[in-house]
Design a protein around this ligand. Sequence first.
Ligand code: AMP
Length: 430
Amino acid sequence: MTTAKTPASFSELALIQPLLARLTELEYHQPTPIQAQVIPSVLAGRDLIAGANTGSGKTAAFALPMLQDLFTQKNKENPKGSQGNYVTGLILVPTRELAKQVADSVKSYAVHFNGAIKTVAVFGGVSANTQMLALRGGTDILVATPGRLLDLMSSNAIKLDKVKTLVLDEADRMLSLGFTEELSELLGQLPKQKQTLLFSATFPEQVQTLTQELLNDPVEIQLQSDDASTVVQRVFNVNKGEKTAVLAHLIKQHQWRQALVFVNAKNSCEHLADKLYKRGIEAEVFHGDKGQGYRTRILEAFKSGEIDVLIATDIAARGLDIEKLPVVINFDLPRSPSDYMHRIGRSGRAGEVGLALSLIDYEDFHHFKVIEKKNKIRLEREQVEGFELDETITQEMLEANKPMAKPEGTGKKKRKKKGLGNADVWLRNS
Ligand code: AMP
């Protein structure tokens, strides 16, 4: 397990000038811990497996050394390089939005290569023809979702036999979304000799199998969870049927610049948006029944701050990078405890302090305890002033609601978390 210290600057990581210049422009003053550990290993040509939380800066961790390798190789070789429908660096991601987001980041890091590195994103839900055209003449870095990539391969728009580096981003999510067959088909088409980088927030059995089959003497990188955890979590007991009123009250009271609200079903998004509208709050919705054009538009508008409140299902829970999102609210609890961590990771990105609120009524009490236990967290149950629990909530119910998991580590950590969980946080995020 690597435990290198975070270097003070990117230049200590032996990155080349065009990348360093770009990082200065982007105001990346210092590598994040994952970048400090991943970049040297990738530049040294090693395979690696990294446990990285969303928001930890992992895109740059793999993209920067990949770009550097590709650029230096291209300069050494005949500048015309390979021809045809080749791909040199392949990044597989689980969702369309993530494909676009990762490709945009790669392109942004590469601006000072003046077009020498071609990056393309391919994903479903939009026309394949435009993507085929973009792939003509070969692609240096391809960011793809598995299904669309297979389609493009079957129509000979692309071949994977020249791939030198493979990145599997959010490998756990890819497998949980049912991409197992597609992945094994794709992996079978890749050359044996290549560098493989695997990123996963969690390590279920399927990911471990993939690791054994795919990686050659990998460097293992696991961040301490405290490194990435800048999200203050709070949980509120709410009477059955009062969640909408509490949500509207909190939004109005705190005047957050923006809020991302999670629900569990597509129609709940619309339903909640209507109810908020009647209470004077405008919200947009984001879920899988919406067309890709709509989804892209809404996400861009949310990212640029045009939308204040976005109500979403878990398709927004993974990997999306919304700059400085002040608050994430669990209106419905996620079914899976790991999705809880992914949802709250939308806030507090890259060192910003974020806030994650969960509204729970008595039907959620037990499930929230499970979420706490699985994620090794323990939160004080709070109530919102003016919406205190009524007499239908018995002492017995409240007992059942007491947190049961002891937090990991020492009292020191506990105090640190508690210290952040005070009223200042409301202000800081308002
Ligand atoms: P990621 O985990 O790759 O989605 O990155 C999360 C956010 O952190 C993105 O907005 C990045 O632009 C930003 N970021 C990545 N690395 C750094 C860095 N070294 N310094 C400041 N911001 C960063």
